[in-house]
Design a protein around this ligand. Structure first.
Ligand code: GUN
Ligand code: FE
Length: 449
């Protein structure tokens, strides 16, 4: 496969511009400009097509039989330094897991050689798994955070990267803590400047993110300072909100208001804020997020291990909250956004039906909570784009050509078609079955990665 810049690609593509609707773009020609934006999507009967295809000449790529195109997947919550612990250390509650396993691992990224090897492997693996955009928590280290951004720029992934801030001596160990609120803010600013002025990042494919880890690890002074910095620099914000019983209760006890209300009071709920988990949001919190335009990164797989409950996704969507999906590497044991789609559908079903067989069916679950596969896929693509306020996740003019090609015939893959031709059936088999071996090509801004 090759770059599709200043060129075109012909094939059948699926995308989900709204959560109700799967669009099948059958045998379309997608034209991509020199900078990687989609300029046109032409159906087979468009009268201009023969001429345009002739003009494209060698620059026209055709997806081979059995291959289908999708928008690239948008992972809204990745802890990059936790990749070595993927699939490990899932036996403790959040507050113990952080101190026992996660902080000791993240502290090792003070060593740039240690960081380089792991970050390079992560970014290569995520691209190969179809994740064209990732929103990354790095570690508290300025140098290693810059290195992660450099690696994303070099490897061509669209990425948003934040230096983790955690400065509260009462909550963070001596060996892994920001020295002070002032140094944490200064280092965050240095990372923002580094990413914005990087000579190979002129297109802004990698963006900086203000990243207080979560309220329980931060002092009031640093939360205030980071809110002001986000306003000043206009960059994205990411943190965790009301993830578990413990985290939710911690903030209530500290301030007498909810986690979301407290983040808002520090100026951390903006149009470009992404809040991970959000399981225990109240209705008033959801209204607050909806009016700020802040988004939830729904991490269905991780929530099974750490969140004590299932996020009421459907309710949040009906209240108008922006939502995308996240793997939460390594809170969730899979790096695949297809896995995140599956877990989203499955956990919503468990919330709807309930899980305790000793209860009668009518009081076992929370009816009306289930979402379908199209909704999950929409959230993993277009929903992520809306959450980040970026033109990605939809294959239409004005959007970036961030896309993947799925080979449904790959022997090493897990998709098996037995003559199915209905596009809806092919789509379901792709999202439920696709593994890395099925991903034949990955483009970001029209460039093959
Ligand atoms: N809350 C604060 N830090 C973390 C983290 O690294 N992972 C998860 N899942 N929750 C957190
Ligand atoms: Fe997380």
């Amino acid at each position: 496969m090759k770059d599709i810049r200043g060129a075109g690609i012909v094939g059948t593509f699926f995308h989900a511009p709204t959560r109700e609707r799967l669009d099948v773009l059958e045998d379309v020609l997608i034209l991509v400009d020199e900078r990687g934006a989609i300029s046109a999507v032409l159906p087979p009967d468009d009268p201009a097509r023969p001429d345009i295809e002739r003009q494209c000449g060698e620059n026209l790529l055709r997806l081979p039989p059995g291959q289908f195109g999708l928008p690239g997947l948008v992972d809204l919550h990745v802890h990059a330094p936790q990749y070595p612990q993927l699939g490990l250390a899932l036996d403790e509650p959040l507050e113990v897991w952080l101190q026992k396993y996660t902080f000791p691992l993240e502290a090792r990224y003070a060593d740039l050689d240690f960081a380089r090897e792991r970050y390079a492997t992560l970014v290569e693996d995520l691209l190969a798994t179809g994740t064209t955009t990732a929103l990354y928590f790095a570690t508290r280290h300025e140098a290693a955070t810059k290195l992660l951004a450099d690696i994303c720029i070099e490897k061509g992934q669209r990425a948003l990267v934040g230096k983790v801030v955690m400065d509260d001596p009462a909550a963070c160990p001596d060996y892994y803590r920001d020295e002070s609120a002032e140094t944490a803010i200064a280092e965050t600013r240095a990372v923002i400047d580094h990413i914005r002025s990087h000579p190979d990042n002129g297109a802004g494919r990698v963006l900086p993110v203000v990243t207080p880890r979560f309220i329980p690890s931060c002092t009031d002074a640093v939360l205030q300072g980071l809110g002001a910095l986000a306003a000043e620099c206009g960059c994205h914000v990411q943190t965790h909100v009301s993830e578990s019983d413990w985290a939710h209760a911690h903030v209530l006890a500290r301030y007498g208001i909810t986690d979301a209300a407290a983040l808002d009071s520090f100026g951390l709920l903006t149009r470009k804020s992404v809040l991970a988990h959000a399981n225990f949001l109240t209705d008033a919190d959801m209204d607050r997020l909806a009016s700020a335009g802040s988004a939830v990164a729904h991490c269905a797989l991780s929530n099974i291990y750490f969140a004590n409950s299932v996020f009421p996704l459907r309710h949040a969507l009906e209240k108008g909250v922006h939502v995308g999906l996240g793997t939460d590497i390594s809170g969730g044991p899979s790096a695949s956004m297809f896995e995140a789609c599956r877990a989203t559908v499955q956990s919503s079903r468990m919330l709807a039906e309930g899980v305790d067989p000793t209860l009668p069916p009518e009081s076992r679950g929370r009816p009306g909570s289930a979402v379908d596969l199209v909704t999950a896929f929409h959230l993993a693509t277009a929903g992520g784009g809306v959450a980040l306020d970026l033109p990605i996740g939809i294959l239409a003019p004005g959007y970036r050509f961030d896309a993947i090609a799925i080979d449904t015939n790959a022997r090493e893959g897990a998709i098996r078609l037995f003559g199915e031709t209905a596009p809806g059936a092919i789509f379901e088999k792709i999202v439920y079955g696709a593994t890395r071996a099925n991903i034949a090509a990955v483009w970001v801004d029209g460039r093959i990665t």
